[in-house]
Each structure stands twice: as structure tokens, then as C-alpha cells.
Write a protein that binds this ligand. Structure first.
Ligand SMILES: [Zn+2]
Ligand SMILES: [Zn+2]
Length: 278
């Protein structure tokens, strides 16, 4: 059986990807409402009840907002490190308990109630027929990670939400045959954006913020190999980027280095990508 990847959505309002192998059905991040995740899965004929696991990259709400409603409700194992677990519980407890009705009387019980499977950053582990590699990424969260999912049909890499690309990140994502890479903003559009405070701009541009189109393109050049077949540009900013601009910057780079074998795709916030079969 083939391996399938569907990016259900990506951007600063929510991130979630679905991967299916012969033995596993997993989400990487659960950053939409439970209802949205259900709807988007239904679009590809799947339901949250049958998930084998959810992998979380970090605790920012655009990566975990549906976690409680999906993982707790259906007792789906959640894989993350301790920092992300702490950050997630804290987020549910403080940020959301005032605004939204938590389906829990005591948010502290989240730690014992949910089926957490904690790993240490840098560990790799088996999950049914997948081998999952974890690696540290520089971002302003407790202990954010990227993933390489090694499957029988190829390796799928996730590197979104990172302020710069470390040697370690380069080393790890080089193994990807399919790479989901952040291309968050155009630096000039961000600097000129009137609706963002100076402090927020500094955060996004900083070494623990988000990757620009230009840095994403440089990164692609640094890791390029015959093995990289599909490149998804992800986590695009609505206000400080344009899909056609992100696409253009990367396409130019791929052309420049002669990487004509790479299929370039954009991940959108509002609609899932077409399913990729490896
Ligand atoms: Zn983040
Ligand atoms: Zn994010």
C-alpha cells in the first residue's frame, strides 16, 4: 500500500497534516478546531476516531487548538516532548479557560487524562510501520521540534516555525524525499506592514521567529539532492506574504540551481492540499 500525505491546512491560524501508511494514520499538529479537523478529514474520507497518533511540534495555539477535542475525546496517543506537554497544558489552562469553555473541570487533569507519549528531543522511535525522527528547531516555544517520518515509500520532513536554519536542521531535513518547509514572510512586506507592532516584527524576524521566503529558498539550495522530490511551502503569513511571491522566490531558486526534478507546491490556510501518494 502506498503512503499518503494530505496537508489539511497551514498558516498562522492553524496547522495540521495527515499521513497514512499501511499501519498508521497520524496527524502532525492539530491546530484547527476539532470541528474543522473532522471536516477536513471527512473531505478525504477519514475520521478522527481512527487516528493512531498525533505528533505535536510545539505548543503555540496554531498547532494545538484542536488537540483537546480530538485526542482527549477519542483517547488518541499524543507524541511530544515534556516542554511541549507543559506548554500545551499551560495554554489550555491560562489562555483559553477564560475565553472558551473547557470541557474539563480541572485542566491539571489533562496530564493524567490524556494518553501522552513523551520523547526527548533528538530521539527517534517507531510508531507502527513508521520510524519517527525528532530534531530541535529554533523557535520561541518551550522545546519546539521538526520531524522526519521514515516510511516504506520515502521520508517526509516537517520544518515549520523556525527563526533560522541550524546545521542540525539542515542535516536532518536533507533526508527528506518530501519536505514541508516554512516560507512565512517576505521581509520587505513584513517591515512595511502597518498593522504589526515593531516588537512583533522583531519577534518574527528574530532567530527564534519564522523563516522568510528568501531563507527558505537558500535552505532548499543547501539541502538539494536527487532524492528530494516534493517541496511544500508552508506557514505562509496572510498579511506579510503572497502565495505567488513565495512560489516565485522558490521557483527561481530551484531553476537557478537546476533542481527541475522537484515538484513545488503551496500549502494553504483555508483549503487542504491535494493528497500526495508516495
Ligand atoms: Zn509557533
Ligand atoms: Zn505556527
Amino acid at each position: 500500500m502506498s503512503v499518503k500525505l494530505t496537508i489539511l491546512g497551514s498558516g498562522s491560524s492553524g496547522n495540521c497534516a495527515y499521513i497514512e501508511t499501511a499501519e498508521a494514520r497520524i496527524l502532525v499538529d492539530a491546530g484547527f478546531s476539532p470541528r474543522q479537523i473532522r471536516q477536513r478529514l471527512a473531505g478525504i474520507g477519514r475520521t478522527p476516531e481512527n487516528l493512531s497518533a498525533i505528533l505535536i511540534t510545539h505548543e503555540h495555539s496554531d498547532h494545538i487548538s484542536g488537540l483537546l477535542g480530538i485526542a482527549d475525546k477519542f483517547q488518541i496517543p499524543v507524541y511530544c516532548n515534556r516542554g511541549t506537554q507543559d506548554g500545551t497544558v499551560w495554554t489550555f489552562k491560562t489562555k483559553w479557560s477564560n475565553k472558551k469553555k473547557l470541557p474539563l473541570e480541572n485542566p491539571d487533569s489533562l496530564k493524567s487524562k490524556m494518553d501522552w507519549r513523551l520523547f526527548q528531543t533528538g530521539d527517534h522511535f517507531e510508531l507502527n510501520d513508521l520510524l519517527i525522527e525528532t530534531f530541535s528547531i529554533p523557535h520561541d516555544a518551550q522545546d519546539p521540534v521538526g520531524y522526519i517520518l521514515r516510511t516504506a515509500a520515502g521520508n517526509i520532513g516537517f520544518a515549520t516555525d523556525l527563526g533560522h536554519v541550524t546545521k542540525l536542521v539542515l542535516e536532518r531535513i536533507r533526508a527528506a524525499n518530501v519536505l514541508v518547509l516554512e516560507s512565512n514572510h517576505d521581509v520587505k512586506m513584513l517591515q512595511d506592514c502597518p498593522r504589526r507592532s515593531w516588537a512583533l516584527k522583531q519577534r518574527i524576524l528574530g532567530r527564534h521567529g519564522h523563516l522568510s521566503n528568501a531563507t527558505a529558498a537558500e535552505t532548499a539550495a543547501q539541502i538539494m539532492s536527487a532524492g528530494l522530490k516534493h517541496l511544500y511551502l508552508a506557514h505562509l503569513s496572510r498579511e506579510c506574504n503572497k502565495p505567488e511571491l513565495a512560489q516565485h522566490v522558490m521557483a527561481e531558486q530551484l531553476h537557478h540551481i537546476g533542481a527541475t526534478h522537484v515538484q513545488l507546491q503551496l500549502a494553504a490556510q483555508d483549503v487542504p492540499c491535494a493528497t500526495l501518494e508516495l
